[in-house]
Design a binder for this molecule. Structure first.
Ligand code: DGL
Length: 300
């Protein structure tokens, strides 16, 4: 049996790349729901339905275990699928998300009072990261900033240049503004949930009291912008990339679950499925993975 990797489109390839590098021995089936991407601004009902349909496809293609390599789908659909769908319909299959391991990585951040994340509107509004983090590290502030223009810009191949730098700088300024307003709101310290904000001078961020120690790129597309984000966000802020978090977490899961691991075939194969045109998928996948990809179109 295989490992399935599911994303709303191309973005999950950034996570697949890290998983494959860490666990090259297994057989993988990647499914991108490109025909219905982006999920980021869609309703709970739509994301749940789309995710469920895509999981059915991967189960039908012999995936024992599926990683939902999409923050929005993990935030909105994973819990219901794990609690209500799998026990009844697929008790022999496993589905993992990427929010819990990412929240664990944030909670272990060593030298900080606040951490920040950038994600889609759906991920931020779901408060899934905030809820996980509250359990793991009560009192650690979380600044959440939706960055809705970054996904379409990545999809359009705008990975560098003045346009993307403008929006990265704007989103960072707004993240800092959220941290400042959080710190200045009586009684807010430690609750850490902020999702809106207006422009405030980033210089007014107090290094000791309000510092953002880490920024999690909680959207699958953003790692493609890492060189530009790293160039714009101050160097004292650690930038956490989910591939680096999810791959070791999956390796750890498999080592703790021999009943799953022992069923996985080991032929080092990869199959790429898309719900939209293969030409576009192959072209952008090459950007994400750094090598040519030949995909198959499936109808859902
Ligand atoms: N894969 C999505 C995520 O990580 C980003 C793209 C989308 O909005 O569908 O949230």
């Amino acid at each position: 049996m295989h490992i399935g990797i599911f994303d709303s489109g191309f973005g999950g390839l950034t996570i697949f790349k890290s998983i494959r590098a860490r666990l090259p021995q297994y057989d993988y089936v990647y499914l991108g729901d490109n025909a219905r991407t982006p999920y980021g601004s869609r309703s709970f009902d739509a994301i749940f339905r789309f995710t469920r349909e895509c999981l059915e496809e991967l189960f039908a293609r012999d995936c024992k275990l599926v990683v939902i390599a999409c923050n929005t789908a993990s935030a909105k659909a994973l819990r219901t699928i794990q609690q209500k769908v799998l026990p009844v319909e697929h008790p022999d299959r496993k589905v993992l998300g990427i929010i819990r391991p990412s929240a664990e990585a944030l909670s272990h951040h060593p030298r900080t009072r606040s951490v920040a994340l950038w994600g889609t509107e759906g991920t931020v509004k779901s408060q899934s990261f905030a809820l996980e983090l509250e359990k793991l590290a009560p009192g650690l502030g979380l600044i959440q900033k939706a960055c809705p223009l970054l996904v379409p810009m990545v999809e359009a191949g705008e990975l560098d240049g003045a346009g993307i730098d403008h929006y990265i700088a704007k989103y960072w300024r707004e993240t800092v503004a959220l941290a400042v307003s959080e710190a200045n709101t009586p009684g807010s310290a430690g609750t850490g949930i902020s999702t809106t904000g207006t422009a405030v001078d980033p210089g007014s961020l107090s290094p000791e009291r309000d510092r953002i120690g880490a920024l999690l790129l909680a959207c699958t597309h953003y790692p493609l912008l890492l060189p530009r984000i790293r160039a714009i966000v101050p160097p004292e802020v650690d930038i956490l990339v989910q591939g680096d978090i999810v791959a070791p977490s999956l390796a750890d899961y498999l080592s703790r679950h021999p009943e799953v691991e022992s069923l996985l075939s080991r032929n080092r194969t990869q199959r790429f499925l898309t719900t939209d045109q293969t030409e576009g998928f192959d072209r952008l996948s090459e950007v994400f993975l750094g090598h040519p990809v030949i995909s198959e179109k499936i109808a859902i």
